[in-house]
Ligand binder design. Sequence first.
Ligand code: AMP
Ligand code: GLY
Length: 427
Amino acid sequence: MKILVVGGGGREHAIIKKLKENPAVEEIFALPGNGGIAADAVCTGIGAKDLDGIVAFARENGIDYAVVAPDDPLVLGCVDALEAAGVPCFGPRKNAAIIEGSKVFSKDLMKKYGIPTAAYEVFSDPAEALKYLETAPVPTVVKADGLALGKGVTVAMTREEAFGAVREIMEDKKFGASGDRIVIEEYLEGPEVSVLSFTDGTTLVPMVSSMDHKRAGDGDTGPNTGGMGTIAPNPYYTEAVAAECMEKIFLPTIRAMKTEGREFRGCLYFGLMITKDGSKVIEYNCRFGDPETQVVLPLLESDLLTVMQAVTAGKLAECEVKFRDASACCLVLASAGYPGSYGKGYEITIPENVRHNVYVAGAALKDGKLVTSGGRVLGITAVADTLPEAVKGAYALAEQVTFGNKYFRTDIGRRALDCQRQKSQGL
Ligand code: AMP
Ligand code: GLY
């Protein structure tokens, strides 16, 4: 089989490595891929948002199956375009990807179907939003309606911060048309859990739970990033929480989407907060998370391509999806300065014995050498029987990879380990 994977980050590298485990896979093309992915797939340089280019490539190269991984092409309708060209795809169609593409849509969906989430108001007029904020409780959360490279959310601890966020999004148009409308929502507290799921629109199978670490600095300080590391499974996601989420959130969400005529097929990502009043949805993503995928897929025991094809065919109920009873930790090695400005072009050395564990996110090939080209350069994942071993293993591997300006958090997994310790002491 010839497979096409749209995207070019660590998540896509993890998907590609997993797909390659199936012997029926002859060739994988990454659109665009990156310098590190080039070791595992043919990288094409065709951009993930170039729908015409993607469809033309699929036609010319006799692609049998496509996986569309990033949010932008999904929201733009990449799956619809490929399907129209006769290429079966993993990923939601445009009318279902809106669950991530519009926060107003997802909040209204949850309200209509009684799915637990933070209370909210929607505004399309900045003056009205600012007036509302004069008396709204703080902290509060301001969210741009549309996609904003993961930067559209401000958790405002003060009224001034909230005013600033509204002005930036709606008046300065920091995220363009994504900020034509905003959601202002109730501030929730509690541990966060990411749950990725496979769903064909009727059946939903949650993957192993995970925990992201979004802030740049140790102790969850500094600016928000795309994610500095992940662990799986997430110890806050107990069996009781899992059962509650399945009954009150996961199944109601896919049923709601079906009822709305927007059947969701692909990976549906639930960003959850476990609050005192139960589990609530913080956000939906219409795709695999990054860097959650880099801990979730290494724990998948079943064949990824088989599961994906079952999702596409609407036959997930007939497919076994098994995860290893083990733990994983992914450390993101970044360029110092990220998510602000940072230097690029430093040579990366990855010893042979570590290659298997590395998912490259921001690197290019220059004169045959791999050099840094992005803020998040690569992720390193260790899998072990226990979480403490996985965390230790990932840090040991990270020491062996070198490049100029290398930066990583030194406390990935600490909260999870504390939670595990407390649980084992019956606290
Ligand atoms: P997002 O960009 O949607 O992933 O949101 C970024 C982060 O903002 C989330 O991971 C949460 O930590 C935080 N956040 C979003 N919504 C809320 C909320 N209603 N209350 C508290 N924190 C929130
Ligand atoms: N790691 C969060 C996301 O993929 O949106």
